[in-house]
Design a protein around this ligand. Structure first.
Ligand SMILES: [Zn+2]
Length: 336
């Protein structure tokens, strides 16, 4: 027997708790203490041994010493006891699409709202609205994506709430090294500007040819263009840095113009290899390895000194380009 059948005869939208005694019994049966290390606890009710009630271990009755005035029931029948005032303070339109009215409406006190999403997804959304981190539950990355994607359905704006220095922003960004393109796609789709910028630095090694049509469509034209520009601009900067060969020295008996032309050709060959074969995430170590043999094979000390100083110069310039290794910030006035 499901909880809603037994304790709360009708769990449809906006039905008041009509069986107060049963509601109190249910409350007393909830004991989240020993289960705090898991997402949810399943508590056998005292009425019937076969009846099992699942309650969030974070959003349970009396959590933080404050009484809840609203219950959200996920699609897998886990109950979340929340304070409407906290949710309203974060987003005054939250769940309006489900309740058909703002949560501030007094008709919504002590009712159950059925949420057509899993407890894992609802848990992430509620943590965001409460300004707390869901990291303790280690939700799957896919659940994080789903949670953000579902927010507009509940009239919750990801763009307004997933901003730097908020727990969900920080937690999402922590996944950037493992899921850079997925996170950038999410950020582009929901116009999460800061998240897109910070994630893009993890996409320098990403082959843009691997972006599927579906992903490109989801990222959106502007954010896709910015990612393309990031790669193109860095490669252009690399070519420019490499273009200049080492300075020639005045001809000597051992090393004339002919010998120095050979050095220029060797430099051009290595530069071409680096510029055309490398990706925008080319490391300075790879540069040193590529140019190293050019200097080693030289017998003229002046040429050797010129090459070494040019290699140092190239590396310093490439490091300074790396400072701008993210997509450029959007002009807020144009795109907001
Ligand atoms: Zn020389």
């Amino acid at each position: 027997m499901a909880l809603s059948d037994h304790y709360l005869p009708e769990t449809d939208l906006c039905n008041q708790f009509t069986q107060q005694e049963d509601y109190r019994m249910f409350q007393t049966s909830v004991s989240p203490g020993p289960y705090l290390d898991s997402n949810f606890t399943q508590v056998p009710t005292p009425i019937e041994e076969t009846t099992v009630v699942s309650v969030s271990t974070v959003f349970f009755p009396g959590a933080n010493g404050v009484e809840a005035d609203l219950v959200l029931s996920s699609s897998d029948s886990v109950l979340f006891y929340v304070q409407s005032s906290i949710i309203i303070a974060a987003c005054d339109t939250a769940f309006r699409s489900i309740a058909n009215m703002p949560l501030s409406n007094k008709k919504l006190r002590n009712v159950i709202l059925n949420i057509p999403d899993s407890s894992e997804v609802l848990n992430i959304i509620l943590h965001m609205l409460y300004g707390t981190s869901c990291a303790q539950h280690s939700p799957a990355f896919d659940a994080l994506i789903t949670a953000v994607d579902r927010m507009p359905f509940y009239e919750i704006s990801p763009k307004a709430l997933i901003v730097p220095n908020t727990p969900l922003y920080t937690y999402l960004l922590s996944h950037a090294p493992l899921y850079p393109i997925q996170l950038y796609t999410l950020a582009g789709h929901h116009k999460l500007e800061a998240l897109a910028i910070h994630t893009s630095s993890h996409l320098l090694a990403y082959p843009l040819a691997n972006i599927t049509d579906d992903t490109a469509q989801r990222i959106g034209a502007i954010y896709l263009k910015r990612l393309m520009n990031l790669h193109v601009n860095r490669l252009n900067a690399l070519k420019e840095i490499l273009l200049l060969p080492p300075h020639p020295h005045p001809p000597t008996k051992e090393c004339g113009f002919g010998e120095q032309k050979k050095l220029t050709r060797a430099w051009a060959l290595v530069s071409a290899y680096l510029a055309w074969e490398s990706r925008p995430d080319l490391s300075t170590h790879s540069m040193q390895i590529a140019f190293g043999p050019v200097a080693e094979r030289l017998t003229c000390q002046q040429c050797k000194g010129g090459v070494n100083s040019r290699i140092k110069d190239v590396i310093v310039q490439w490091i300074s380009v790396k400072v701008s290794n993210t997509v450029y910030p959007l002009c807020a006035a144009r795109y907001s």
